[in-house]
Design a protein around this ligand. Structure first.
Ligand code: DAT
Ligand code: MG
Length: 143
């Protein structure tokens, strides 16, 4: 299996619930290496740009409001098969449909406020990583 990178965001609900540590611990315990990380607050414009693919969806306004409602923690994660394995770790978009033991099943309140983002393909992961991080902010983590 190929080593891949995925972009995650610990969303504003995760930060508000003081779960940055717990969620990051689960991510690391599952074998993901953190190769970039920051805390930032998205504006409506940057949140809308990140989710531009959803701009025609009925929930877009709500999504942009939520994603810009407080600080969030984007990270680039590295692991073999990272894209698929991370989606498995976080669970389905709707926490009511997420498998038991996943981050969304355990901590998310609703489909709109679902704790974490995970890239859906290697290609989108690269685009999303570049949305938040410059090359010099990405470091090797081989330990
Ligand atoms: P995912 O985050 O699992 O990749 P997605 O790409 O379909 O899900 O949607 C992006 C985000 O938009 C999702 O994390 C939360 C929000 N969203 C999706 N479907 C929604 C819905 N039916 N109602 C409200 N928010 C929704
Ligand atoms: Mg998605």
């Amino acid at each position: 299996m190929a080593v891949e990178r995925t972009l995650t965001i610990l969303k504003p609900d995760c930060v508000r619930k003081n779960l940055i540590g717990e969620v990051t611990r689960r991510i690391q315990e599952a074998g993901f290496k953190v190769v970039a990380m920051k805390m930032t607050r998205l504006t409506k414009e940057t949140a809308g740009g990140f989710y531009a693919v959803h701009k025609e969806r009925p929930f877009f306004g709500e999504l942009v409001e939520f994603m810009s409602s407080g600080p969030c923690v984007p990270m680039i994660l590295e692991k073999e098969n990272a894209i698929e394995d991370f989606r498995t770790l976080i669970g389905a978009t709707n926490p009511d449909e997420a498998d038991e033991g996943t981050i969304r099943a355990d901590f998310a309140d609703s489909v709109g406020e679902n704790m974490v983002h995970g890239s859906d393909s290697v290609e989108n992961g690269k685009i999303e990583a570049a949305y938040f991080f410059t090359e010099s902010e990405v470091v090797a983590n081989k330990a």
